[in-house]
Design a protein. Structure first.
Length: 262
């Protein structure tokens, strides 16, 4: 699941992390990528929202701060019940907009690893393109020096990658077509009808996305639109049921073993 929580402030103006947790519990995902998460901010009662939502959903949380806001922090979080290794986290290039961050966890699965990258890109077109370059290029634009360390470019094999979050880019955006050259849009697999995610009360725009590497298959993708999701945040979540394609030798191993039994 990927979900822009809007600081857990719903369309009714109330800050309720419990509603975000209830949405997550409805689908019991293995991995949840959250954007716009508050930790220790005055507006959200100085609550650690990442930790609170993790407690309510029986998941572990890794929070990555994009910037300090007053006495608190603001950023992204990945929740999961799988063991994981932090591969990278840091900010993306910023010129005049808000500071944005990305986080990369490598999950340990029964059949190898799965890379999950969670991010939230800029509202400004040229800044989004610079942030795309920072995600994939070895020579990203330099961020402003007063911010934390920049996010290192994704390198190596990306077949087992899930890149998800709020990209602030619809399907007609140049950024969307650049991403399609590297990864697959989970909502487009098998010609599914593509559903909007923003605003939650009347979702016309598809700003949130789940991108997958070629070793992954999207078996189903839904955008829940009910009374709870319409009020819990100004975005709707995306819930993707993904399968990991195993190497041929792993798929054939059980059959080969059976054939050789006496």
């Amino acid at each position: 699941m990927t979900y822009n929580t809007h600081g857990c402030v719903g369309t009714d103006g109330k800050c309720r992390p419990e509603r975000i947790a209830e949405v997550i519990r409805c689908f019991r995902p293995d991995v949840v990528a959250l954007q716009e998460v508050d930790v220790g901010r005055q507006r959200s009662g100085k609550l650690d929202q990442a930790r609170r939502i993790a407690e309510l959903t029986d998941l572990s949380a890794h929070f990555t701060s994009a910037r300090a806001v007053g006495e608190g922090r603001y950023g992204n979080a990945i929740l999961t019940h799988h063991p994981y290794e932090l591969r990278a986290e840091g900010i993306l290039p910023v010129r005049r907009g808000e500071v944005r961050a990305a986080q990369w966890l490598r999950l340990a699965l029964d059949h190898g690893h799965l890379d999950v990258v969670n991010t939230h890109l800029s509202l400004h077109f040229w800044e989004r393109l610079a942030q795309f370059r920072a995600l994939f290029s070895d020579e990203p634009d330099s961020p402003l020096g007063r911010h934390p360390a920049p996010f290192p470019a994704l390198r190596g094999e990306l077949d087992r990658l899930i890149l998800c979050g709020d990209f602030n880019a619809g399907t007609l955006s140049p950024l969307y077509f650049l991403l399609r050259r590297r990864l697959r849009d989970a909502q487009r697999v098998r010609g599914r009808w593509k559903l909007g995610t923003f605003p939650s009360w009347f979702p016309l725009l598809r700003l949130d996305h789940v991108w997958i590497g070629k070793a992954l298959r999207a078996d189903s993708v839904i955008v829940p639109r009910d009374a709870l999701t319409r009020v819990a945040s100004d975005h709707l979540p995306i819930v993707a049921d993904l399968s990991l394609a195993l190497p041929l030798q792993e798929e054939l191993a059980p059959a080969a073993a059976t054939e050789t039994e006496p």
